[in-house]
Every structure is written in structure tokens, then in C-alpha cells.
Design a protein around this ligand. Sequence first.
Ligand code: ATP
Ligand code: MG
Length: 212
Amino acid sequence: HPHVAATSERRSGRLRLGIMGGTFDPIHHGHLVAASEVATEFALDEVIFVPTGQPWQKAGREVAPAEHRYLLTVVATAANPRFTVSRVDIDRGGATYTIDTLRDFRRMYPDAELFFITGADAMAQIMSWKNVDELWELAHFVSVTRPGYISEDFGRTNEISLMEIPAMAISSTDCRERVRAEKPVWYLVPDGVVQYIAKHRLYQADSAEPAR
Ligand code: ATP
Ligand code: MG
């Protein structure tokens, strides 16, 4: 049972670190529930949220500036003592590749056990890479369920754990579209995120240029 294993690992003193990568444009309760559920199930000491570096665009659209996505993530996680935010992917610059993120964390925490947390959609993308085998020695992967996506079993039970979490039919894309259409994002994202978006006029239809 994972809890038993986790407890004995902890006694042996090895830090158990979750890594939650994402664009977080903006961060929402789907991300937070995923991190919280995996943290409990795998007895993680900490989950580090890692906003991606700035791609010039993602799927043909502008992505909010990294500093805004970083601060949104800080605001959303500030109250949880086990949640932190890392700038590694932002400071590396350019588009983010999970292999680089994991290599950096391996370097920073050579003795820790790393758990990379993804939704089912992101896991499927990762599995489609050609250099995917490099990932397994760097971290254990936890693929959580996400409404609208199939949680595929890739036949890699030692490397990837599939975990069912409460279904949160929330996406950043939907949150951005809601703000643009002047529909509420209350209760889909933390209150501080609602307020930060309004304060900096992110995602709004009438912002003539991308928010800085
Ligand atoms: P976008 O619509 O811009 O792609 P997103 O909601 O998919 O945003 P990302 O920042 O792309 O959010 O996702 C970061 C990670 O969180 C990915 O591994 C993704 O699968 C996972 N994730 C996002 N939303 C959910 C959710 N509602 N339930 C479970 N996992 C989620
Ligand atoms: Mg996504």
C-alpha cells in the first residue's frame, strides 16, 4: 500500500517532492486539487508548482507574461504550508521541456524522491515524445484523472501511477474565455486569482496590448 511505503521512506529521511508543471494561465482549482490529492496519497513533503517559461505562443495564442503567471501561482498557493513555487522554468527562458525541469530538480535535490504530477492530457503528450525513456530515471510520474480526457494506461506501472481525483471540469482556456466574455471565474479559481486578474486586467477583450 502506498501509504505504508511512504511512511517507511519518510523515516529513512528521503525528501518526497511533488513537481506540478503547468502554464498556469491562470492557475485554477483543478490544478490545486490535483496537487493536494497526490500530496496526500503519496505522502509528499512538498509540492512545487513550476510555471513554464515564456513560449512566444502556445497553440497559436499569446500566453500571459511569465511574471503574471508566476505571481498568480504564488497568490493561489500562499496559504498552503506544503505548496511552494519555483522559477526554474521561467528563469531558464524560452519554451519549457519537462526533461529540463526534471534535470534541474535532480541537480537541486540529488537525494530527493521526485514525483511529477500531470493530468491525463499532459501525460499523453509526454508519452508521445521520442526521448521519453530519459524521464523514468529522473522521477516517478503520477497521472491524475481529468474530465474530458481518457486516463490511458501506458503499460508502465512501475514508472507511472494512475490516480483518480475529484472531477474538476475546469481549464485555464475556459477561465480566459470567461474573463473575456465578462462571465465570472469566482469559485473556479482562488479569490486572490480573481482579484489579481481584475487588478492587472488580464485576459480582457478590451486590453489593446498583452498585459505587462
Ligand atoms: P490550458 O487550457 O491553457 O491548456 P489547463 O487548464 O490545461 O490550461 P495547464 O497549465 O495546461 O492547465 O495544465 C497544467 C497541468 O495541470 C497539466 O498536467 C494538466 O493536465 C493538469 N490539469 C489542468 N487542469 C486540470 C483538471 N481540471 N483536472 C486535473 N488535472 C488538470
Ligand atoms: Mg493544458
